[in-house]
Each structure stands twice: as structure tokens, then as C-alpha cells.
Write a protein that binds this ligand. Structure first.
Ligand code: SF4
Length: 220
């Protein structure tokens, strides 16, 4: 009996590009970004709406070839919401197997437990200012390790106070690094920096380095 050949695994890709990592623990490293198409959320401050629908279907082999052609050690799989495409899990493992330092940016609304343990997971906690706080998947927190990061994008003083209380209520300190980032168009970065210092809050302040360097443009 002749078996039909297995169909190659595919993902819908919005863009693959080379830039400096602008956020989280690998900030500043030259990095290849693989942006997957689609997201089930609609955050008010979203800066990648162009990735909601546009993209081409690509085999994992072709994606891997494109990534490796840049000759860069760091790769970040992002979106949209990359985990909304189940084959993303296979891509992450293939990238790790290729010896790359792999990070994943995810909304916090999807199950992270099956992500390859070698991947550094950057998991959003959606604040009320995003309009998507109801999507936070608290079951994810038990799977976080010191290798991962939680990211709060803070839109206002109300968001900051909510985030402080949330960290306490969910006992998030000590699980992994906690990042606080000001919403690019909504909160002056200095305000957030002053609040963190005044409260002696054990979180890591971050600015989106790529926007400081190039502004809010796609492909950076
Ligand atoms: S989860 Fe990310 S990609 Fe999706 S709407 Fe929110 S900010 Fe945009």
C-alpha cells in the first residue's frame, strides 16, 4: 500500500525581519523576528494591527532557512498572537534544535504549558487600559520559570495601581522577571519610572528600544 506523503507543517507568516530586540531580557541583541499572522485579542494600544490578517503560508523548513540566513543567534517569535496557530509549537522546537536562542512574545491569553522549555517566554499581563484584562489566563502563572518574563504595558496611574495589586494578589514576584513598560502614546515614561522608584516596586522598567531608535514603524 502506498501512503501519501505527509504534508509539511505550515504557518501563516506576516513578516520575517532583522532588527535589535527592543524589549525584555534580550534587549539590544541583534535578533531575527518571525511575526505570525492573526490575534484573537484587540488591545486598545495595539501597534501590530497590520499582522491581524495579512500573511503568506510558509513551510517550517522555509521559515528556518530564512531565519538562519541572517546568521544571528537570537530569534523572537511574535505576532499577533503566535500561539493562536498550533504549529507555532513545532516552529519553536525546530528553532531551539537549530541551536538558536529563542524567545516567544505571547498575549497571556493562550495556554503556554506546551511551549518548548528551552524557549524564553515573554507573557503579557493585560491591564484594564488594554480593554483585554478579562483574557488573562491565570492558569499560566504556575508554568513560569526564572527563564520567562511577565510584561505589563501600563496605560495610566489606574493601570499602575491595578498592576501592583495584581502582582501581590497572584504572588507573581519571584516567579520570574516582571517588566513594566509605559504604553507608547499614553503614558510619559518618566511618570512610570517615578512611581516604581517611590514604591520601591521590585519590577524592571523598560522602554521599547526599537521605538526610541526608529519610531513606531513596521519591520523594526
Ligand atoms: S495581544 Fe498583542 S497583537 Fe494582539 S491585539 Fe493585543 S497588542 Fe495587538
Amino acid at each position: 500500500m502506498i501512503h501519501a506523503p505527509e504534508r509539511p507543517l505550515r504557518l501563516r507568516i506576516n513578516e520575517i525581519f532583522h532588527s535589535l530586540q527592543g524589549e525584555a531580557d534580550a534587549v539590544g541583541f541583534p535578533t531575527v523576528f518571525v511575526r505570525l499572522t492573526g490575534c484573537p485579542l484587540r488591545c486598545g494600544y495595539c501597534d501590530t494591527e497590520y499582522a491581524f490578517h495579512a500573511g503568506d503560508w510558509r513551510d517550517l523548513d522555509a521559515i528556518l532557512r530564512d531565519v538562519q540566513a541572517y546568521g544571528t543567534r537570537h530569534v523572537c517569535v511574535t505576532g499577533g498572537e503566535p500561539l493562536a496557530q498550533p504549529n507555532c509549537l513545532h516552529l519553536l522546537t525546530r528553532l531551539c534544535d537549530a541551536g538558536l536562542a529563542v524567545s516567544l512574545e505571547t498575549s497571556g491569553a493562550m495556554d503556554i504549558r506546551d511551549v518548548d522549555a528551552r524557549v524564553s517566554r515573554v507573557v503579557d499581563v493585560k491591564t484594564p487600559g488594554s480593554n483585554e484584562a478579562a483574557r488573562n489566563r491565570v492558569e499560566n502563572f504556575q508554568f513560569l520559570t526564572p527563564h520567562d518574563q511577565l510584561k505589563f504595558v501600563i496605560c495610566s496611574r489606574e493601570d499602575y495601581d491595578w498592576s501592583k495589586a495584581y502582582i501581590h494578589a497572584q504572588a507573581l514576584s519571584g516567579r520570574c522577571q516582571v517588566l513594566f513598560s509605559p504604553s507608547y502614546t499614553q503614558l510619559p515614561p518618566r511618570d512610570l519610572a517615578e512611581w516604581i522608584l517611590a514604591d520601591r516596586l521590585p519590577v524592571r522598567f523598560q522602554l521599547q528600544l526599537h521605538k526610541v531608535l526608529w519610531g513606531d514603524v513596521p519591520g523594526r
